[in-house]
Design a protein around this ligand. Sequence first.
Ligand SMILES: *Cc1c(COP(=O)(O)O)cnc(C)c1O
Length: 413
Amino acid sequence: MTENAGQTSITNDADAAETTPLEQTRRRYTDVMMGSAPPPLRKLVRGEGCHVWDADGNRYLDFLSGIAVNALGHAHPVLVEAISKQAAAVAHISNYFASEPQLALAERLQRLTGAGAQGRVYFGNSGAEANEAAIKLARRHRPEGTLVALHNGFHGRTVGALSITGKPMLREPFEPLLPGVEHIEPTVMALESAFDAKQPVSAVFLEPIQGEAGVVPLSDEFVQAARRLTTEHGALLIVDEIQTGAGRTGDWFAYQHHGIVPDVVTLAKGIGGGVPIGAMVTFGEASELFKVGQHGSTFGGNPLATAVGDAVLAEIERAGLVENARRRGEQLREAVLGIQHPMVSEVRGRGLLLGVALAAPHATAVANRALELGLIVNAANDTSVRLAPPLIVGDAELEEFTRLFTRALEAAA
Ligand SMILES: *Cc1c(COP(=O)(O)O)cnc(C)c1O
């Protein structure tokens, strides 16, 4: 195609198809972006509340929230003000210095997680980095021990986090990964035999709800057995709440739903509301494992990211959004089941992290149809549509969702 599109008159359908703005975006994307990402679905230009707009002016109801990140939705005044104010004060200072936002967010996380005065907080910039910190902590705890993680679990793309990730498709191109990792099924029996092995267990990693696996919750029985066995054997229980944390499931953290207290919790996604931030919170003795100089990150815990994180969590508290996630989550589940589409076999998950299970592998078709209709949802796998709207979602958005999703499900007929 010609470069000077302004002078080109559209003469046939093939040319016209090739020069849509979206096609141009996709071509620029593949010409410059690393081939590790799939072609972009749309080019987005702005957002407001639970909606985003693309470069062609189309409006979408966002029920993915940048993968459970935009807890307050888009362009929330609290988020905008926190970013602007802190950027105008000081954005970055290095970890040779402390800042008020960093301390305030750490204190808030100490309180909300229940880690309390014995708890300690480490800040990184992503979920994977939070899990890298947790893996290093497990090594400090019991250097010779096994890291036990779950089949189908997802913990991030960096080499350590990938090593505990239980998806062969993601792992295999990069093997050999970290030695000493064992993946098990999420059953009490598998857990018991992992602890019966000759090699001691250093830590058990789990996601209370496996988001990337298609929103698959672990049972109370399993999570409680993991707590009991790790305590009995002196291993760490490390709970990855990167997707489930910060109120998304209708509790501040999903482990609270199971009535357990972990040794370590890793956080990211929702705690930043859109700015990159990750955190690891330790409980009790696990707080003593890192000595000065044993871990760190240049950007980690900088004033900009922590000011936004603290403002986002403060707004979730002030506006009662944890309770909203619980209540709206129930309504959303009822709404999906109420469509009574024969293809919907169940709705998994809790709060505003739900997986619509389809009876046949049509999740991508449904997500694509939804997008054409102006609704963003995500095919977490072939048979699961993931729903993770902003925590601010209300009646109007639930109604709009139900109307659009009913039509999108026709793609699965
Ligand atoms: C997204 C996610 C990660 C990785 O977080 P990144 O910020 O992408 O590195 C790890 N664990 C879980 C459960 C996640 O959902």
